[in-house]
Design a protein around this ligand. Structure first.
Ligand SMILES: [Zn+2]
Length: 257
């Protein structure tokens, strides 16, 4: 089972392989996490703002991802380890950010998340020393846009995509943008404005309505050559000034004569 889940162990199992990785430094607890995951390969967890994992995942998820990289495990284990790290990264007493910058290459999913987290926190902290001071990603703090997101809320596929390199929101993995698009699609169309003015009056008196494709001058000439409609006791309330267009004002001035 372990050979199927790790190309390192698969090569070690074949005769003549001299591919050796020193695992002496790796905490047995972390290796045990890998073995337990192999027996029960859970999918990635979804970030819960009110939750936290139990130990040993709480403090060892980044180390588990790095072990997965060394052993060249299937992506399933590393993705699960990354999801655990995203869930718990704010709770670690001593964040593994320095180790991540050393062990996780730029562009890798763990490094993309770490870079975003570090830069975002440095921007929120403002100037002055903090736990991220000295990290390479801390230099990116001035590049964090005003509307950037908490990186923990993105779909985990964001960190496996090139959009995970930037810090601007709006990609398909951003749940806030997704919800805004759904709300926009479900918004009812605006109520049409009540029609007032020349078109309304011409229609009311049985004259052909004004066309949007006819110039105002032609319509005004039409109104000049047309006898004024007799006064009616049911004459509607005149439109408010804010609703009268220039053409309407001209029409009313002509109608009053
Ligand atoms: Zn994305």
């Amino acid at each position: 089972m372990i050979c199927k889940s790790s190309s390192y162990f698969r090569r070690r199992c074949t005769s003549g392989s001299r591919d050796i990785i020193d695992l002496d430094e790796d905490d047995p607890v972390v290796f045990d996490l890998f073995l337990k995951w192999l027996r029960n390969p859970d999918p990635p967890i979804t970030y819960n703002p009110d939750g936290q994992s139990q130990e040993p995942w709480l403090s060892n998820s980044a180390a588990a991802w790095i072990l997965g990289k060394k052993l060249r495990t299937t992506e399933g284990f590393k993705k699960y380890a990354l999801s655990q790290f995203i869930q718990n990264c704010a709770l670690a007493a001593f964040g593994p950010w320095d180790t991540i910058e050393r062990e996780a290459p730029p562009g890798s999913p763990l490094r993309r998340f770490s870079d975003h987290w570090v830069a975002w926190n440095c921007r929120l902290s403002g100037s002055g020393a903090n736990e991220f001071t000295g990290l390479h990603a801390a230099l990116r703090a001035p590049l964090v846009p005003e509307n950037t997101r908490d990186p923990r809320i993105y779909d985990i596929e964001h960190w496996y995509s090139s959009c995970g390199d930037g810090m601007h929101p709006g990609c398909i993995h951003d749940p806030i943008t997704r919800q805004e698009n759904i709300d926009e699609a479900n918004r009812p169309p605006p109520e049409p404005l009540v029609e007032w003015g020349r078109s309304f009056e011409l229609q009311r008196t049985g004259l052909p309505p004004a066309s949007d494709h006819v110039s105002p001058n032609i319509n005004i000439s039409h109104a000049l050559n047309t006898p004024a409609a007799p006064a009616s006791p049911s004459y509607p309330t005149r439109p408010t000034a804010s609703r009268i267009s220039v053409d309407d004002k001209l029409w009313f001035s002509l109608a009053d004569k």
